[in-house]
Design a protein around this ligand. Structure first.
Ligand SMILES: [Zn+2]
Ligand SMILES: [Zn+2]
Length: 379
């Protein structure tokens, strides 16, 4: 616990009233923008015909969790249980579920619902749902009584089967958790660009997203060049499998990288100048920006784009079918995230370390360390 933050209250009342056969889940979440994470109890709905109830084993800590919990993106309702990198086993299924059985190891990422009718949803691009996808936490659950969705820093969750993916048994479940957000967020643009053997992929930034981009691009057969501002990250980049590291503040090194890259995956969320990066791209190259800076970026010079027919694109996580494809790809190639497992009592310290960039490369909560949920009589 960071000094100065309020002491956690005892287990709070359930966030939503428990229905007949729903379960009370132990959780950690925020009760205000400056409360830090405190023990909470969440009432999960009883599985409806299409629902899968999941006993959560692990949940990754994503940088967006920190922004949401601290209200840095505005409009946040509290209490809020974050977490959208969820791995667990099926504990119950609704009467209409035939594709999952009790005991199956499954995952849930950033999306728990969408309109299911628009062109994006019908194309398996639920993340671009025209009516807005339902996020795993902090979103209005349109189909379930307008409750606010509550995420995976919790002992269980109930999700419609359409938004649940299968986790290959060959992979370490804790190290799989970050694949559900960081993994698919980098996999999707690599696939969209059809990266294959012989391509050269540049990765800008070496955090949770960047380290996955390196591993996935290598597994696709690409040569990988990491761009970083900090010399201290060079050994780590090479250790992850990068073929080369370019210090982006070294003008000579950047000039030497002119026209050497096919695709850049830019994971840096702080404002930074993209123009020097465009100059490292070949004709028909592309730069995908994945980080969303809270302040304005330096302007892009269209000349750099025009002269080499370069595409400057963005990309948001991935759809459900693509998330499954990514997990199967990772099983085939033995790719998982590099993680540090934390207990519930260590979450607030982990947040501070994430903000300081002091993690290689993703924290994962072991949900067996959550307190037992409050009984209804005590609530
Ligand atoms: Zn995330
Ligand atoms: Zn839709």
């Amino acid at each position: 616990m960071t000094p100065g933050r309020p002491v956690p209250p005892p287990l709070a009342k359930p966030i939503t009233p428990a229905s007949d056969a729903g379960v009370l889940a132990a959780a950690y979440g925020a009760v205000s923008s400056d409360s830090g994470l405190v023990p909470l109890t969440v009432a999960r709905r009883a599985p409806k015909p299409d629902d899968v109830e999941i006993a959560i084993e692990f949940c990754g800590l994503c940088h967006s969790d920190v922004h949401a919990v601290r209200g840095e993106w505005g409009g946040q309702t509290y209490p809020l249980v974050p977490g959208h990198e969820i791995v667990g086993t099926v504990s119950r299924i609704g009467a209409g579920v035939t594709d999952f059985s009790v005991g199956d190891r499954v995952g849930v990422g950033c999306i728990v619902d969408s309109c299911r009718e628009c062109d994006s949803c019908l194309d398996g691009l639920e993340q671009y749902c025209e009516k807005g996808m339902t996020g795993t936490y902090g979103a209005t659950d349109r189909r379930n009584g307008d409750a606010t969705t509550q995420g995976g820093y919790s002992s269980s969750i109930v999700v419609d089967r359409r938004y649940v993916v299968r986790v290959p048994e060959s992979l370490d479940p804790a190290a799989v958790a970050p694949l559900l957000c960081a993994g698919v967020t980098t996999f999707s643009p690599l696939r969209h660009f059809d990266v294959e053997e012989g391509d050269v992929v540049g990765v800008v930034g070496l955090g949770g997203l960047g380290h996955m981009a390196v591993k996935l691009a290598k597994a696709m057969g690409a040569k990988v060049v990491v761009f970083t501002t900090s010399e201290s990250k060079v050994p780590a980049a090479l250790e992850l499998g990068a073929d080369e590291v370019v210090l982006s503040r070294d003008e000579e090194a950047m000039a030497a990288a002119d026209r050497t890259i096919d695709l850049i995956i830019d994971t840096v969320a702080a404002p930074h100048d993209l123009n020097p990066l465009f100059r490292t791209l070949r004709v028909d190259g592309a730069l995908f920006q994945l980080g969303l800076p809270s302040e304005a970026m330096p302007p892009v010079n269209p000349r750099a784009l025009i002269r080499r027919r370069i595409a400057y694109a963005g990309s948001l996580i991935g759809g459900i079918a693509e998330t499954q494809e990514m997990l199967d790809f990772c099983a085939e190639h033995g790719v998982v995230a590099d993680i540090e497992v934390v207990s519930a009592s260590g979450l607030n310290d982990a947040y501070d370390r994430m903000v300081a960039g002091d993690v290689k490369y993703r924290f994962v909560l072991d949900t067996s360390t959550l307190q037992a949920p409050a009984k209804e009589a005590d609530a």
